[in-house]
Write a protein that binds this ligand. Sequence first.
Ligand SMILES: NC(=O)C1=CN([C@@H]2O[C@H](COP(=O)(O)OP(=O)(O)OC[C@H]3O[C@@H](n4cnc5c(N)ncnc54)[C@H](OP(=O)(O)O)[C@@H]3O)[C@@H](O)[C@H]2O)C=CC1
Ligand SMILES: C[C@H]1O[C@H](OP(=O)(O)OP(=O)(O)OC[C@H]2O[C@@H](n3cnc4c(=O)[nH]c(N)nc43)[C@H](O)[C@@H]2O)[C@@H](O)[C@@H](O)C1=O
Length: 349
Amino acid sequence: MDKSSKIYIAGHRGLVGSAIVENLKSKGYINLLTRTHKELELTNQKAVESFFETEKPDYVILAAAKVGGIVANNVYRADFIYENMMIQNNVIHQSYKHNVKKLLFLGSTCIYPKNAPQPMKEEYLLTDTLEYTNEPYAIAKIAGIKMCESYNLQYGTNFISVMPTNLYGPNDNFDLEKSHVLPALIRKIYLAKLLNESDFDTVKKNLGVDTTQEAIDYLKSFGVSSNSVEIWGSGKPKREFLWSKDMADACVFIMENRNFSDTFDKDQKEIRNTHINIGTGIDISIKELALTIKEIIGFEGKLVFNTEKPDGTMKKLTDVTKLNELGWKHTVELEEGIKKVYDWYVTNN
Ligand SMILES: NC(=O)C1=CN([C@@H]2O[C@H](COP(=O)(O)OP(=O)(O)OC[C@H]3O[C@@H](n4cnc5c(N)ncnc54)[C@H](OP(=O)(O)O)[C@@H]3O)[C@@H](O)[C@H]2O)C=CC1
Ligand SMILES: C[C@H]1O[C@H](OP(=O)(O)OP(=O)(O)OC[C@H]2O[C@@H](n3cnc4c(=O)[nH]c(N)nc43)[C@H](O)[C@@H]2O)[C@@H](O)[C@@H](O)C1=O
């Protein structure tokens, strides 16, 4: 990529997209193309076609998707499969039609089987049954990988897929129902601490409600009170977390250094599993995560585990050998990242 190449970052206001824009700017890329969801509905085939026809980007980073935590994935199953398939079909196909030089597709490590051997290597894709709670989302992401591979093989495009582990950082979604575990626990534990300190004005402002009773009732429905916080599931599942700015750096590194033709052996007859895992290779249980967040925030109440809520996959640790061998490694460890994102959250809410 030249510094003046026209690079379209789809989803530039999201957790990952915003970090990618910042990373590209810091490296001197000056011709970044962005559209908000309101300006360009990526599920709309005609709108996406007309955008590519007019703008003709040189490179595309596809960080727009319907994204959410375990409960959102499990409840809004149709939306997750439909919107993700439509977004990626439209963007990948128009990138082919308009001669985009390279595209980066962002998948997720939930593409791997529920009981995959650990750590999970790229070649474990499609070897067994998926985790039920996010099966529709995972199927959409698998279709995206296969779409990139198929266009590359049939049409000679240069579309690369990366499979990130669970991500966190500034501009994340902190919704108590729909978000991922790390932002949800930061917000729940922070609000419990404020309740404990009787700082009701900050609680009301955070929740956008008028009365203290409304705030208390609302938080109670999520198991948050002045002396306890509900954690979904048993606390036993393990997750691996990557700082969003490290994720962005890995994406730009791959855009700068990797082509589809580097991802398979020339003598290979059946070309598959060309995607690349992105993670730290380190995981932690949800209980340990909650205790770390509690310690950082300084909340002294109890953690209550609600086993009526799903655990999801018990373990999904990525094997990052491929990525490390390319010369990239994460830089921000979890505790440091939690402190940064907690500071960001308090400053911005
Ligand atoms: N967060 C995580 O832990 C993980 C994320 N990923 C993947 O990384 C990528 C980025 O995720 P993340 O940054 O967390 O997601 P976010 O939800 O933070 O951001 C998604 C972005 O996509 C845009 N968007 C969503 N739907 C549409 C649509 N129909 N048309 C146009 N724009 C749309 C949103 O635009 P707007 O802001 O304007 O509404 C938003 O900017 C996704 O592919 C996701 O699947 C993979 C593994 C883990
Ligand atoms: C990135 C990944 O994200 C999703 O998968 P997930 O890793 O299971 O997602 P999660 O972050 O929501 O939960 C992780 C664990 O944490 C537990 N947990 C405790 N307490 C809260 C809580 O308060 N909120 C949430 N969300 N989870 C909680 C929760 O019960 C689970 O055991 C995929 O659907 C898919 O989108 C995907 O690819």
